[in-house]
Design a protein around this ligand. Structure first.
Ligand code: PEP
Length: 247
């Protein structure tokens, strides 16, 4: 199974559902539809209405983050996985570099993953090296650290997806070479298999994916799908990625 996950970040109002309606109607008629899933993570404000709208349809809705503990609490602006699940989301991103740079530590991420899983959300756990780590050839060790500080063998593997997003690639138009991608994704799966008794959850790639470069990723067997930022805000660009991937 492949995954095409659109991360809307701080984008969208109720009307933006038109973008998803177009993606949904492409998806419902696509002859390849049994091979992949489409998940969109809109801002919190839109989760409930979008999840209701797509309840019996192909697209699943997720959140972009969640709080690490408590069903309810006095923490201003925090939203718990329990609240997210209750309004119909099925997935949540955790560990996106935007949130890591705002202070999410490995300890917090571990608590978030654990609590999201407890609330029956599927977790899309994001990892990725920064520019300095890449320049200093520390990519593999950085990725190993990010994974092993957070994921534990007791976590339910069937509810975990890992998204590899090199930070230097997000929103920049730059992507890794094919060889780099083969090495990193193989390494990530090896680290995951060490944790999960020989099994690996799906590993996605994220960072400047578009309809023109998606064919490069298709050649790398270890990549199980994509986390798509910028291009997920346009139905045409998002559909082009799927179309060109299966061409
Ligand atoms: C992201 O922020 O998760 C992302 C992959 O963004 P983009 O596709 O715009 O690089």
């Amino acid at each position: 199974m492949k995954y095409f996950i659109g991360n809307w970040k701080m984008f969208g109002v109720p009307n933006s559902i038109n973008i998803l309606n177009k993606i949904n109607s492409y998806y419902s008629k696509d002859k390849n539809r049994s091979k992949y899933r489409v998940i969109i993570t809109p801002p919190y404000t839109l989760i409930e209405s979008y999840a209701k709208h797509f309840k019996n349809k192909k697209i699943s809705i997720g959140s972009q983050n969640c709080y690490q503990k408590d069903y309810f609490s006095s923490n201003t602006a925090a939203i718990s996985p329990y609240m997210i699940k209750k309004v119909g989301a099925r997935y949540t991103l955790i560990g996106h570099s935007d949130n890591r740079s705002e202070g999410d530590t490995n300890e917090m991420l571990k608590a978030k993953v654990q609590f999201a899983l407890k609330n029956n959300l599927r977790v899309v756990f994001c990892i990725g090296e920064n520019k300095t780590e890449k320049r200093n050839k520390k990519t593999l060790s950085a990725l190993k650290r990010q994974i092993s500080k957070v994921l534990e063998k007791k976590f339910r593997i069937s509810n975990i997806i890992v998204a590899y997003e090199p930070i230097w690639s997000i929103g920049t138009g730059k992507i890794p070479t094919k060889i780099e991608l083969e090495n990193t994704t193989m390494h990530i799966k090896k680290v995951l298999k060490n944790i999960f008794k020989g099994k690996s959850p799906p590993v996605l790639y994220g960072g400047s994916v578009d309809g023109n470069n998606v064919e490069i990723f298709r050649e790398i067997r270890e990549i199980d799908g994509f986390l798509i930022g910028g291009a997920s805000k346009s139905s045409k660009k998002f559909i082009d990625i799927i179309k060109n991937y299966y061409r």
